[in-house]
Ligand binder design. Structure first.
Ligand code: DX5
Ligand code: ZN
Length: 221
């Protein structure tokens, strides 16, 4: 595994040829496939579910699939994604009545578990479940749509989260999601983030392996 993980969000993929898009972005050097699940309830948009995750596995995708649940409630969907071949499953603490139980469900299913913090959600929500977290995902936009502008104060939050992880001495990735581009990824990395989601910055026209590779290489550099 690379020290820094690049996780293209397939929210910006051409859904009419999703398998090919995922193959291409992995061939271009992506580490992880970021998979955004929206329910038109927790967030005002509707995307893809466990059937699509399962289809990507059947298509031959072996890379880690990072399932970002923007649904409420979460427990039923967690079970379905475990069966569908998810690698990481993250959810928003506001979306479940029992954060500890939902994290435990993910871990019992053999997946890595994480909590997602909306821009205005305090990191305090992690305090009593730190030992169960494999990932802390900071939203640097409000969840629901790709292509939004990065909210700068997230960098302060990232530094705070990095300190929390290091002080606790836990093996936990710090992930960021929303508005990450070639021109701000360095600041994001310097704030202590080691897993970067990027949708519209990577998955755009001309939708070729070469073009994806150019962006991913620039991000890594
Ligand atoms: C937003 C999603 C993101 C989104 C990021 O709710 O969670 O993963 O795809 O898209 P960009 O990188 O375009 O901001
Ligand atoms: Zn996401």
């Amino acid at each position: 595994m690379n020290d820094y993980l690049i996780a293209p969000s397939i929210l910006s993929a051409d859904f009419a040829r999703l398998g090919e898009e995922v193959d291409n972005v992995l061939a271009a050097g992506a580490d992880v496939v970021h998979f955004d699940v929206m329910d038109n309830h927790y967030v005002p948009n509707l995307t893809i579910g466990p059937m699509v995750c399962k289809a990507l596995r059947a298509h031959g995708v072996t890379a880690p699939i990072d399932v970002h649940l923007m649904v409420s409630p979460v427990d039923q969907v967690i079970g379905e994604f475990i069966d569908a071949g998810a690698s990481y499953i993250t959810f928003h603490p506001e979306a479940t009545d029992h954060v500890d139980r939902s994290l435990q469900l993910i871990k019992n299913g053999g997946c890595k578990a994480g909590l997602v913090f909306n821009p205005a959600t305090s990191l305090d929500r992690a305090k009593y479940v730190l030992d169960k977290l494999d990932i802390i995902l900071l939203m640097s936009v409000n969840p629901g749509f790709g292509g939004q502008a990065f909210i700068p104060i997230t960098l302060d939050k990232a530094r705070e989260a990095r300190k929390m992880i290091d002080d606790a001495g836990i093996d936990c990735r710090l992930e960021i999601d929303g508005g990450v581009k070639v021109d701000n990824i360095k600041e994001v990395a310097e704030a202590g983030v080691d897993m970067m989601v990027a949708g519209s910055a990577i998955l755009k026209e001309p939708r070729t392996v070469e073009a994806y590779k150019e962006t991913i290489d620039a991000m890594r550099a």
